[in-house]
Design a protein around this ligand. Structure first.
Ligand SMILES: Cc1cc2nc3c(=O)[nH]c(=O)nc-3n(C[C@H](O)[C@H](O)[C@H](O)COP(=O)(O)OP(=O)(O)OC[C@H]3O[C@@H](n4cnc5c(N)ncnc54)[C@H](O)[C@@H]3O)c2cc1C
Length: 410
């Protein structure tokens, strides 16, 4: 990265800290990245500082709609979809670019990261498995920020145990008829379409699930409940009652929906780690600024060795998480299967970020728990990342399964 772009980004940094942006950008010199990735961050970081770093509160739905529009208008959502002819920047999703975008947006604003991520996750199955017609119908609008996407997999009785899903679809001529519910659906209530996974019964368990794109205005689909969470974003329970969806809206083959869901999550799970990394880096920068400015006992907080030990732990954790995250992204971009590496990255980055943010809150003292303080916001924002797209315990099982499989094969 050029000296000039580094200094531009340092000027745009909201903290104005020497070492803030520059320190965050150091990992771009790692061998995982190419010049285009360095240029991407050099452009996105000041954009995000200018366009999306804002006070939270107010109307979350309107904020998210505005963020999707802004991300689309300025071209960032082109990274969230695959296919040059359908609004994407490349024919496959550039995992490293998606991760860098999520890390950078999360550093500045959790809702901006959320809005970007959901456009990718919500349309990912269409990018990966859609027919030409399906891709042409949805992806250009997703990439332009004109259509909001959602991914509807979880159910009240089927979260970690996805294969236990009960929401069912039966064939009636040229339509599937959906009955049942989905819950914890991000963008529920503001989405223009939902990629929904339903039980179609070709075989028991995971082999009897099918993926369908359901437009939000389809009769028989309703928002049964909006759900408030500690870091608010649009979230809802959906109810399907006799909801008729044309067979032409199916993604992939009947009974292959589990594979569609897992392949989509495989692309985006690593990016959850990247978002956690963005939150953690922000907390570390906030902690450094606080520790070097807060005076007590005749010196600054940073002069105490107890503080220095904590800062060292935080910075080392951030780098370890970054290494695992970008190793997984780099491997995927090289065509490797990354089930284990993505799970390691997601588990480590989210758990580390929680610890780093908690340590930052502690350094802020009482001010750390005041509503609206950045570290207070981060403290709320990180929590759900250890649960969704596979809780930490689920990641542990995945890692162990892969290890044992490899050991058995050896
Ligand atoms: C903010 C938020 C946004 C979400 N967005 C979406 C979305 O857009 N689309 C969607 O489909 N879903 C979404 N989810 C759902 C999310 O994926 C589920 O919450 C998650 O999979 C866990 O399922 P559950 O809540 O039913 O918890 P459960 O499955 O009941 O698990 C509870 C806890 O049990 C533990 N656990 C799980 N498995 C094991 C095990 N084998 N051994 C030991 N312990 C275990 C874990 O600690 C886990 O947190 C979202 C959730 C949240 C909180």
């Amino acid at each position: 990265m050029s000296e000039a772009s580094n200094s531009n980004r340092a000027q745009a940094h909201p903290l104005g800290q020497p070492g803030g942006v520059a320190a965050r950008a150091q990992h771009l010199a790692w061998p995982f990245f190419e010049l285009r990735h360095q240029e991407l961050v050099a452009e996105l970081d000041p954009w995000a500082a200018r366009r999306v770093a804002h006070a939270h509160g107010g109307d979350t739905d309107a904020t998210c709609r505005g963020l999707v529009r802004a991300l689309g208008e300025d071209g960032w959502l082109r990274y969230a979809v695959a296919g040059l002819e359908h609004g994407g920047l490349t024919d496959t999703i550039d995992t490293r670019a998606v991760c860098l975008i999520r890390e950078t947006l999360a550093y500045h604003d959790g809702l901006a990261d959320f809005s970007f991520a959901m456009q990718g996750l919500g349309s990912g199955a269409i990018s990966l498995f859609g027919t030409g017609d399906q891709r042409a119908r949805y992806l250009p609008r997703v990439a332009a920020g004109q259509a909001i996407a959602a991914f509807a997999l979880s159910e009240p009785e089927a979260g970690s145990d996805v294969a236990a899903m009960a929401c069912a679809a039966t064939l009636d001529g040229s339509h599937y008829v959906l009955d049942g519910s989905k819950t914890w659906i991000s963008n529920g209530g503001i989405a223009d379409f939902y990629v929904v996974f339903v039980r179609t019964g070709e075989a028991p368990g995971a082999r009897g699930i099918t993926a369908l794109v359901v437009d939000a205005d389809t009769p028989g689909l309703e928002i049964a409940e909006r759900i408030d969470v500690i870091a608010p974003h649009p979230l809802a329970r959906l109810r399907f009652a006799g909801c008729r969806v044309p067979v032409s809206q199916r993604l992939g083959e009947p009974g292959q929906g589990f594979k569609v869901a897992m392949a989509t999550l495989d692309v985006f799970r690593t990016s959850v780690a990247a978002a956690a990394l963005g939150f953690a880096r922000r907390a570390l920068d906030e902690a450094l600024a606080r520790a070097t400015s807060r005076r007590m006992f005749g010196q600054t907080l940073a002069d105490f060795q107890l503080t220095q030990a904590k800062l060292a732990e935080m910075a080392t954790g951030v780098d370890a998480a970054a290494l695992l995250t970008y190793r997984a992204a780099w491997m995927r971009d090289g065509g490797a299967r990354i089930t284990k590496e993505a799970a390691m990255a997601k588990m480590t980055a989210t758990e580390t970020a929680q610890r780093v943010i908690d340590a930052a809150v502690q350094m802020f003292g009482g001010q750390g728990v005041v509503s609206g303080e950045t570290v207070e916001r981060l403290y709320r924002e990180i929590r759900a990342l250890r649960i969704y797209e596979g809780a930490t315990e689920v990641q542990q099982l995945i890692i162990a399964r892969e290890l044992l499989r490899a050991a058995g094969a050896a």
